[in-house]
Design a binder for this molecule. Sequence first.
Ligand code: TRP
Length: 468
Amino acid sequence: MSGSSSILSAGSSLEAAEKQPSTQLQWSTRLSFILAATGSAIGLGNIWKFPYITGENGGGAFVLVYLACILVIGIPLMMAEVMIGRRGQQSPPNAMAALAKEAGTTPIWKVIGWMGVIAGFLILSFYTVIAGWAVSYISVAADTTFVGKTPADIGAMFEGMLSDPVRLLFWSTLVIVTTLFIVGKGVKSGLEKAVNILMPCLLVLIIVMVGYAMTTGYFMQGVGFLFNPDFSKLTSKSILVALGHAFFTLSLASGAIMTYGSYLPKSVSIAKTSIYIGIVDTAVALLAGLAIFPIVFANTLEPGAGPGLIFVTLPIAFGQMPLGTLVGILFFIMLSIAALTSAISMIEPSVARMVEKFNISRFKACSILGLALWLLSVGSALSFNLWKEEKLFGRTFFDTIDHLTANWMMPLGGLAIAIFSAWIISKKVSQEELGLGNGTMYNIWLFTMRFITPVGIIIVFLNALGIV
Ligand code: TRP
């Protein structure tokens, strides 16, 4: 908030009186927005979720649908969200309302902003539990526990962790406290620096793991699994999973990108930045897949093993490769930090909204939200042990929240944001914000948001519901 008033005053095209500057932090440079948004995008979604859902949904064909979703839905939608955030200069619900007002229509669009804020909050409640697994595995790796173990031992070790509610709660609580502490201090300070150094380190480590995967003798099998589409394995449900994951991995329809966009200086190109983030995020996911599947095939493991996939495959590699213990420790440290930067982006919209609404300090908002979050996270942590058999429509608490957010709230939110940005907001405003003029790029974006994205999302939905 301090030291950025010059950027702030040049920042918005809405009248200053309509803004509530008390909540408006501002990124110091273009780079810090890119880093923070990349930090939000790259996380457990890329390294934990992408490989395991790819395994569950049969590989290549699923990956192809996922890539198409990123390209024609994810990236254009990211541009729309950054645009709404930056133009609105407030938390997602108010930004949507302000832009609706500017367009001369009903502020009820606020609801979409709210749905995003709530989705981010719900996702965080299970995200912190998985992040807890990653943190806990730092110490497991440090104990040289992986060395000389068979794949079965390593699988049993993971199961052992899942079955221990106290251990899961301990680590997820630690993640929640750390996240809220950082957010309470204001997003800008430490975060920019942390992301700046750690994201490149994570990338290097993943490349090292891909290098190891090349030595297993099963590398081409992994490549084939990821890139050789077998469309007979593609179901309507897996198409919806691919779409939901495109939203999840780019942190879309959840207030995160919109909120970060509201901190973005006017001078930055929204289009270029969004394309860059989309490419980097996808590259990390594909590299994670290339590191993991060769290990799966080399050890005759099951690609569809589910959420434990990276926690049983990568440790096998750490146990066998030279300097494996060190690489393992570093890997889980980086993964934990990647998860942390994503977690921060999920709670920031709720904090921004609460500060704006009740005029309380960030720290107080964080304490209240932290408590609520912790209570929900208990439900997810216990889904892997004590409440494993407590099911609602055949799903545990964890599965229910994952399904509700990734397969319903985010696609529906995305649909609404596409319609809002391309049909409700005037072309003049979107041209001004996106900085693409009225050229071909702008028209491609507009056409995609007007027709391709909404129709695509609706078809995927109807398909998954068994209607078409
Ligand atoms: N994109 C992050 C990942 O891939 C997760 C994430 C961050 C997220 N912010 C979000 C997911 C908001 C949904 C909504 O790990």
